[in-house]
Design a protein around this ligand. Structure first.
Ligand code: F6R
Length: 252
């Protein structure tokens, strides 16, 4: 198995990172038009999506031909908690603010989809991605515990899209978005590490000191360590880490 060093693009300010990341997306969307994007939710990509909305309003980009595959979606959100679904996040920060064909925006499950309780795998999502020609650019955030999407510590490299249990640390960290910790779902459907590694190009965006341990673990690992799932990215030959943790990461 080959190990590759990720490129590190580090800026002093988060805003510069957001600008850099959105400019890559705009350039590639304009080049490919029918580009397939893998998208993340959470605090990290919000301003990147806001930049895309501004670019659309200025006539610098159109999303008409773009097809998107989100990384993950919670399962077990309360009926009235649509606002905490990743579908709601994407619709409100990006999809409904620009000219997306909403039918071309996919999630591993829709937030209120009725689940087959015995079903653990959602491999049809991998098939859907493949049948569309694969993901051209995958945007990733990283969890403080090193998770990518909801591939929590202990995840297998061979994992395809499937149902997963969220770790206690993820539930704790994500509780900031909910009224109470008890409202945070304990499960999600997530692209697997194998699904993510099939993307042609990966942009991992990480801001703030609380992501530094995960970034350090990734940049200093010698190979995949299932306790730090983001180290799977060392097996991909086109990964760029975009971060505002310049000094700490580059001059450790
Ligand atoms: C979200 C996702 C997660 C987040 C990660 C970081 O779709 O897959 O892996 O990217 O938890 O979250 P934030 O950006 O909120 O720090």
């Amino acid at each position: 198995m080959n190990i590759y060093k990720p490129n590190i693009i580090a800026f002093k300010e988060k805003e510069e990172c957001d600008k850099y990341t959105s400019s890559i997306l705009i350039k590639e969307i304009n080049k490919l038009k029918k580009i397939k994007l893998g998208l993340a939710t959470g605090s990290t990509p919000r301003e990147i999506y806001e930049n895309l909305v501004s670019a659309y309003k200025n006539g610098a980009v159109s999303f008409k031909g773009v097809i998107t595959f989100n990384l993950d979606e919670y399962i077990g959100l309360k009926e009235n908690d649509y606002e905490n679904s990743y579908r709601f996040f994407m619709n409100s920060y990006l999809f409904e603010k620009v000219d997306f064909n909403i039918n071309n925006t996919f999630f591993p499950i829709e937030w209120n989809q009725k689940l087959d309780l015995d079903k653990n795998d959602y491999f049809e999502y991998d098939e859907l991605i493949n049948s569309n020609g694969g993901i051209d650019i995958q945007i990733l955030g990283v969890g403080e515990n090193g998770h990518i999407a909801f591939n929590e510590p202990g995840s297998k490299l061979s994992a395809k899209t499937s149902k997963t249990n969220l770790s206690d640390s993820t539930i704790e960290v994500n509780s900031r978005f909910f009224k109470a910790k008890a409202d945070v779902p304990t499960q999600a459907v997530t692209m697997g590490l194998d699904t993510i590694l099939k993307a042609k190009r990966i942009l991992l965006v990480a801001y703030g000191k609380n992501k530094l341990n995960a970034l350090k673990a990734l940049t200093s690992a010698s190979g995949f360590n299932e306790n730090i799932p983001c180290t799977a990215l060392l097996l991909h030959n086109n990964v760029t880490i975009i971060t505002d943790q310049a000094i700490e990461l580059l001059f450790k």
